[in-house]
Write a protein that binds this ligand. Sequence first.
Ligand SMILES: Cc1ncc(C[n+]2csc(CCOP(=O)(O)OP(=O)(O)O)c2C)c(N)n1
Length: 692
Amino acid sequence: MNAPTAFPASRSAAATDIDRLAIDTIRTLSMDGVEAAKSGHPGTPMALAPVAFTVWKDFLRYDPTDPLWPNRDRFVLSCGHASMLLYSLIHLAGIRRPASAGGTAAVSLEDIKKFRQLDSVCAGHPEHHMTSGIETTTGPLGQGCGNSVGMAIASRWLAARYNQPGQTLFDFDTYVLCSDGDLMEGVATEAASLAGHLKLANLCWLYDDNSITIEGETDLAFTENVELKFQGLGWHVERVADANDTAALKRALTAFKNEQEKPTLIIVKSQIGFGAPKKAGSHEAHGAPLGPDEIKGAKAAYGWPVDAQFLVPAEVPAHFAATLGARGQQAHAAWKTTLGGLTKQHPAVAAELANFLAGSLPAGWEKAIPTFPADAKGVASRVSSGKVLSAISPNVPWLIGGSADLAPSTMTLVAGAGDFGPGSYGGRNFHFGIREHAMASACNGMALSGLRPFCATFFVFLDYLKPALRLSAIGNLGVIYVLTHDSIGLGEDGPTHQPIEQLASARAVPGLSVFRPADANEVAEMWRVVMQRPDRPAVLVLSRQNLPTLDRTQLGSASGVAKGAYILQDVPQGTPDCILIGTGSELSLCLDAAAQLKESGVHARVVSMPSWDLFQEQDAAYRESVLPAKVTARVACEAACGFGWEKWLGTRGRFIGMTGFGASGPAPALYKHFGITAEGVADAAKQSIAAG
Ligand SMILES: Cc1ncc(C[n+]2csc(CCOP(=O)(O)OP(=O)(O)O)c2C)c(N)n1
């Protein structure tokens, strides 16, 4: 082993030799990984190695043999471009895959050598679902910060729900490494504001104040006083003048541990590309391999063998095992003993917790889902959704969430469930404030902590939370998005509030379920489906206006929602002349159009299609049974843009919907104005038949 013997005099004397060896191993592994990949971000891992190392060695409570231990501290790398830092840490700490996945090394040295290659567990940016030890998928700046607030919330909620006097099962902390880019993003400020309000003292962000971004120095665009800003947001702020000063880092982290009231921000001055002779301190160290000369120069500065690559001195993993590993395993063992005590002394609590930990729904959870009697006057789908949510809620305690200041409109307040607020963490109704983006990002963090979160706003504000929604889908996180006021049907608020392109944009997201239910019973069935898919995010698109509750004794059963689309009303016999497809509020227009067509001797099948993606998942035979290939005369009706409907309509089909933005006015007037009427559907059906 060619371990270095000398360290540059400029280096802080605070670290012991073995600590320095570990820090420089993180640095050199990260540099070598990026160099081998010929792409990546070496400079920030080189700078932040001492910071991350100090957290992991001295503070993080983490059992590398069980990365899913529920009470582990969370470590989030929000500046995901510095991913090699995390891969180096996971490798050196010896994190294993869960036993269910074989228990082998999560990141081997061979994996690191394949950084950024197809099928590598060391992807360009950290991907939670791919690699053990990664708490959340990061890369879009600011999201890790948002997620961390959800994790800190989860820790507090789980503690309030399950801890008993003398039996602490949940008290995990969340540590975040974040960069200038993270803190410039609005989502991080929204999230920080929420965390400060909620007094999440179990949350610590370590801000890499290196004054460098991609275009150059931060004073090009970022001159705010971060310390003052965070103090104003209700945070405790610490400063560390040199990222290499591990003793100072320890002091700041100890201050975080001692803080009981506020989240903590530790502002750490670092030098990007630390040690690289020419590129240190320059944006050139940010996003490209350093090149052989700079690598050799940096290794020489560390006192490292300049030609060694991927060198891991044996003492380093042993050092991680003796510190992080030993501490984590001991804490984990103690936790298991506590859990055993809970089972004896509080069997009912322990039984509920066992369900939660297993990720399964409690037996009989769906028994209270209501059935709605036929009613021509009907009920808005936001209202029926609220009723279903309230019915399910008592049976699934970890179904928790709230809205961005719109609960009276989104109908997401669960009566009797209590509020989650500063210092009072047992409630299940959340008030996220008017912070849609952070709300969704925090919900991702809550989902990553095992909870089933829902969040709500107007559907048009999907665009305000879209980046987090996309990450729900990438990460298979079952966040439930309750999005109401789903079309021009909301009426007078006008085009700024009337969604047009949001359905198409949500349907375009892979791995996301999108539902637009047509009546109260479809709403109930939608919730039944969604609850059973905890690994799939869902967007529930709900109306402001009343929708008639259809008479299911005369029409197809709403249980067809589980298949995405189903025949609501068929022709008496033989092949239909045409098929009318509707979603949400427009399904009733299709039924009316079918009645009108019948009078002219045209036999139309009416299909309800609340979820394209679920229908697409069905086998070809089922899809053919609903939309037979030979019936090419088709009309779809939806009060939104028609983008994408060709898939179901084919070349002969017609679409009745919106072609531009809406307008302010009463909903019935708007439907007429934009030609979204039963007559319009019937005419389009005749045209489609004639085109054959
Ligand atoms: C939302 C988002 N916008 C843009 C980017 C592209 N990007 C990656 S890193 C970066 C900024 C780098 O500066 P900083 O955050 O200070 O990181 P450092 O250079 O210190 O590593 C940008 C703009 C991104 N990843 N996410």
